[in-house]
Design a protein around this ligand. Structure first.
Ligand code: DGL
Length: 272
């Protein structure tokens, strides 16, 4: 990488809208960085698919983003981070950051009673990736996990504060609340969109960990260690690519990011 690579964008992908929770933090913490975002909305959800399928989707997403000339790749999807991080690190010659370890680290520093809950997609929970990452840092911490498969379609649909969503959250979350957790990892990048609702259901004594902030810090650290930070770019650009464009994505994204999304394009990933 040369000095000129500093001006290249950061590539970020997710199965859909969830990765925008990471985009929002990157915009806040690293305002000079250009971003190219890929939401694989035609193939969402990833969390109910096999590891083999998610690895293959992640590889095609990474291929598309690297064809845009990025300097760093962020897998803004827990499901893909859990199963595809190693293979993408192996395949690519740029730094690759996943969302799982930053979230695990934050949970470890947040818990006081050493009882942590994790919620995620069926695939993330089955991989036990959070449990392993937490136990690696502190083997005394007890980890209780539960899958919440309906949260992703609720977030994609924009039902962020709906009574039906609340009933579903109630049903999913009772098992981890019962274990006496004081910290709950939102182990899917879609879930911070439902953060207010989840906080309401678990109560204010449980600290919710949204890894987006930690991921942005890790991006900052990695860019600075590799001398790749874009220091002066006040008119930074954001490009959004979707494998299926829906009106709900555009309106939820604009609402969530607090700005209009102008550069949004459809791509056919199988032909890219
Ligand atoms: N947002 C993703 C995650 O963090 C994937 C959700 C899905 O596609 O099932 O796991």
């Amino acid at each position: 990488m040369t000095q000129n690579n500093k001006t290249l964008p950061i590539g970020i992908f997710d199965s859909g809208i969830g990765g925008l929770t990471v985009v929002k933090e990157v915009i806040r913490q690293l305002p000079n960085e250009d971003i190219v975002y890929l939401g694989d909305t035609a193939r969402v959800p990833y969390g109910t698919k096999s590891s083999k399928t998610v690895i293959s989707y992640s590889q095609s997403n990474a291929q598309f983003l690297t064809s845009k000339g990025i300097k760093l790749l962020v897998i803004a999807c827990n499901t893909a981070s859990a199963v595809a991080l190693q293979s993408l690190r192996w395949d690519l010659d740029i730094p690759v950051i996943g969302v799982l370890e930053p979230g695990a680290r934050e949970a470890v520093s947040s818990t006081r009673n050493k009882i942590v809950g994790v919620i995620g997609t069926p695939s993330t929970i089955k991989s036990e990736a959070y449990k392993k990452a937490i136990e690696n840092i502190d083997p005394d911490i007890k980890v209780y996990s539960t899958k919440c498969p309906l949260f992703v379609p609720l977030a994609e649909e924009g039902w962020l504060d709906d009574s039906i969503s609340e009933q579903i959250a109630n049903r999913y979350l009772q098992s981890v609340i019962r274990e006496g957790i004081d910290t709950l990892i939102l182990g899917c990048t879609h879930y911070p969109l439902l953060k207010n609702l989840i906080q309401k259901v678990v109560g204010n004594n449980i600290n919710l960990v949204d890894s987006a902030q930690q991921v942005a810090l890790e991006i900052e650290r990695t860019l600075s260690e590799s001398n790749l930070e874009n220091q002066s770019n006040p008119n930074s650009k954001k490009e959004f690519y979707l494998t299926d464009i829906s009106d709900s994505f555009i309106s939820i994204a604009a609402n969530f990011l607090g700005e209009e999304i102008n550069h949004i394009q459809h791509i056919d990933i199988s032909k890219s």
